[in-house]
Ligand binder design. Sequence first.
Ligand code: CO
Length: 134
Amino acid sequence: MIGRLNHVAIAVPNLEASAAQYRNTLGAKVSAPQPEPDHGVTVVFVELPNTKIELLEPLGADSPIAAFLERNPAGGIHHICYEVDDILAARDKLKASGARVLGNGEPKIGAHKKPVLFLHPKDFNGALVELEQA
Ligand code: CO
């Protein structure tokens, strides 16, 4: 059911510093910061030949990554995103197998303007999983 790894997201305390590190130290192609007010983050896309890394910084007072950064002040891997061909079919199959879909279970439009869903990390070895419609 799952397809390509779309991205790995890393929560960071200082987006400018982390973007500069990826650009200058690691020599990666890094986008300009993109505020995502609906998701409570500002994101920078690091383009790799086979996938993307997203660096996430909290945006606004009730950012969903604020608590994660309190527990991990230096930052850390926040979620991984797999592509699926049909996000509603994937959701229904997962729910039928007992996996928990976060939020109200309806896809939201993600940072790539495509529908996304998140799955409960306790159901997937402690890893927060994002599904994105391919
Ligand atoms: Co993501």
